[in-house]
Structures are given as C-alpha cells and as structure tokens.
Write a protein that binds this ligand. Sequence first.
Ligand code: NAP
Length: 488
Amino acid sequence: MAEPLGSSANPLRVAIIGSGPSGFYAAAHLQSQDDLTVEIDMFDRLPTPYGLVRGGVAPDHQKIKSVTKAYDRIAAHPDFRFYGNVSFGKDMSHAEFLNYYHAIIYAVGAQTDRHMGIPGENLPGSHPATEFVAWYNAHPDFADHKFDLTQENVAVIGLGNVAMDVIRILARTPDELTETDIADYALDQLKHSSVKSIYVLGRRGPAQSAFTNPEIKELGELDDASVIVAQNEVILDPVSRQYIDSGVDRVASKNVEILKGFAAQGDTGKPRKIIMRFCVSPVEIIGTDKVEAIKLVKNELVPNDKGDLKPKPTDEFETIPVGLVFRSVGYKGQAVPDVPFDDKSGTIPNHLGRVLTAPKTGEQVIGEYAVGWIKRGPSGIIGTNKPDSVETVNSLLDDLRAGKLLAPATPDRDKMEALLNERGIQYVTFEDWHYLDTVEQERGEFRSAPRLKFSRVDEMLKAIKERKSATQEMQAAAAATPPPLPAD
Ligand code: NAP
C-alpha cells in the first residue's frame, strides 16, 4: 500500500508561482505543519525573489524591506527550492506543472495598472505610476522606460500610498536618494530633474484619502519640498465631518488632522511644491503629441446606497498645465495562462483561496489555489498577506485530508529539473540569488547605499554563470594539485 501523501516516504509536492510576500507566507504555513513532509518549489519569472518587496516598496523605505530576512529563513528549509527565471506557462506549461505537483499556489500579484478611460490617457508623458515605481526599483522589464523629468509641472492622480511613494521620489534631493537602493540610472536622471510643482489630484475629499498616516506625514518632512494645501480644501462636507467626528476611523481622522496642519502651516518656502487638491477628477489629458495639460472637473461628494461618499462631477472645470502625468489609481491583476480569471476584478476566482472555474458560482479546480493580490485584489500592506495565505493553505490542507488534491504522474523534483535543463532554461537557485545579493551589496558600498541593484536579466545570469565556472575551475585546480609530501 502506498505511503500516505505528506509522509516522509511520499512528500506532498507544492509549486508556488511567484516569490513575493504572499508566496513566502504560504510556504511558511505549509512548513509549520508538524506532521507534514512537504517539498515546496517556488518559481519566479525573474531571477530575483521577493516580488513587490524588491520591485515595489520605495527605495527610501529600507526598513520595510528587512522583512526579506524572514523570507530567507523560509527559503533555508531543506525541502524548499527556488527556481528563478522560470516563466509559468512559457518555460513550463500549466499541464506540465500538473504533472509534477499535488498542488499549485498562484502568488503572482497584480502585474499591471487600472485604466482611467479618459481621453489623452495614453499620450506620451502620461504613465501608470506602477511603471515609474518599477523603473526606479530596477525592475528589468522597466529599466529602459523613459520619463521626461525635464518637465517642471507634474500631476500625480490618486491619493493612495503608491502616489505618496511616487511624490517622495520626485521631490527628494539627490542626497536623500543616494543612500537608498534606487536604481543607478534613476538616481542619475532624478539628479538632473527639473520638477518643481507636483499636483496631487484626489477625486474625493481629505477624509476619503487612501494613504496612511506615516506616508502623508512624511511628505512634510522632505528636505526640499513644501506641502501646500489650501484652507478651503480641508473644510469637510457635513457627512465627512460627522464620520471623522465619530472617531470610528482613526487613520482617516489622523490624515485629516495632518492635512489641516499643512494647510495651517502654508508654504514653507522650500524650492519644490507638492500641491494637494481634493474633490477633482481628471476628465482629459490634453496635448497634441505629448502631455501639455490636464483638465479637471470639480466634484461634490454624494452618498451611494451603501452610505459611502462618491464623487459626482459638477459643471466647474479647470485646466492645469503639466508636462508629465502619473496615474496612480491602483494595480490590476493579469490572467495566468490556462487558469480561470475574472477580468472585472483582475483576480483568480476563488473561495477561501480554492480556485473556482468562475466567480462565486464556479466549481473548484482541484489542486489549484490563490494567495495575495491575485486572490483578493491589490489592497493592504505586506502583513495583510500573512492571514490571507494562511487561509488558503488551510483550504489546501483540508483538501489534502479529504484526498482532494492532484495525482501527478511524475511527482519528482529531479525530473522537473531535467525538463528545465533539457529546454536550456538557466534557472536561478536561492544560492545563486544569495550570490547576486552579495554582489549588489558590495556594489552599493561606494555610494553608501544598501545595494546597487542589477536591472538586467542577462547581466544577472552572466554573473551567476561566471561564478559557477570560476568555482568549477578552482575545484578542478584543487583536484589536480598533488597533495603535499609528508614532512620528514
Ligand atoms: P489604492 O490605495 O487603492 O489608492 C488608489 C487611489 O486612486 C485612491 O485614492 C482612489 O480614489 C484613486 N482612484 C481610483 N480610480 C480613480 C479614478 N478613476 N480617478 C481618480 N482617482 C482614482 O492603491 P495604491 O496606491 O496603488 O496602493 C495599493 C496597495 O498597496 C494599497 O493597499 C496601499 O496601501 C499599499 N501600499 C502600501 C505602501 C506602504 O505601506 N507604505 C506603499 C505602497 C502601496 P478612491 O478612494 O476615490 O477610489
């Protein structure tokens, strides 16, 4: 009789697609099951792990990035392997994955941006903020993007934490940026930036801002930028007033307090200006062959049937001349090849993390699970992913006990690796990544930065290859050297 699945003689084999926080928290919860032997293979299309902790978290927020130490401990487990530089659905198909694993967990995040659907949105000079973020964070897909930083007036649309990140990076001085792990090319270009005025455009009021308290407070602490909020923009409508006074939402109350503080303080005279505007929606990005201005409509806030305040356009318009626009209106998930997808929400349809064939009413897709932003949409902070991944892994464990996982034909790591090798895919192990990590940290020393990131896949793969052949040569030389003669 076959040994039970999950025993040491018959390990449970799980593929995790994506190596950001949600993937690592899923791995951690699997590893924490005392009575389970589980082989976890984590795949990433990039050679580097950590998802948005590397490619999203702002370079001037290094403390947040220290969470990767916990991920390294998870990766150090003897039954854990990392396969970087392997694209799900391209290097290995969905059907092939089903061949090697009892379960697959999709942890692919939200890889694109939401669209606004206004004229001029795609004019040169109008960019998704997510692309700027990826660019300054040395994401290889975005390293060659161009942002016209010769412009003096910039608009940032949206009041979320990504907008706050983008504003800080645009407003910080070279000195403030030098000691971060910002991409070297981004630092060079930002050093010569002409940006003077950053218009931050919120479609609702101060009480509905999506940013959190430390992020808005930090804008007031920049060396060379003043935050400008007009007194009349922080006067709350009666419904918002009542909401804030009720004290139910402490984050919103503190946000309003900080914004009122900026309004009371006025312009502090620093050379760059961050001008915060509320209750305005962009209706058009204007320009003939590039962005020249942004047209806004003034909104009033009206409650919807759930009592939430929503923006309603008035007939009052204004136009602000800007040469560069960052649309920071949220990330959006992308379909994973051969996996069900709900285009409306940009997520994989699921119930408690179990993939369904269709949202809500669909049937369970056996052995397939989702965690993180591709499961619930792009919301929350890094820590939000912990309970989210635990929920999914608990569903998987229930299914294991109920005998409802996949029955792969080849549950064998060596054979899976042999397939990758046969296809000439230079997969990157966690040990390889540790090497890249060390090189990046050494390269960062000259500018007192935590690291200087690689931003090109071919450079990363070349560095790993060279190190491997150097190690082999050293080993061969050591083997060829005759042992020293014994002393008389
Ligand atoms: P977000 O928090 O959802 O904010 C999106 C913003 O865009 C909101 O202000 C939203 O306004 C606005 N918006 C949406 N559609 C719009 C439209 N058509 N016109 C004008 N404005 C529009 O998204 P995010 O900033 O991309 O952040 C994603 C997640 O990552 C969030 O949970 C965030 O907290 C997290 N994050 C955290 C940190 C950190 O902890 N430091 C840093 C970065 C990101 P409405 O409210 O009116 O919809």
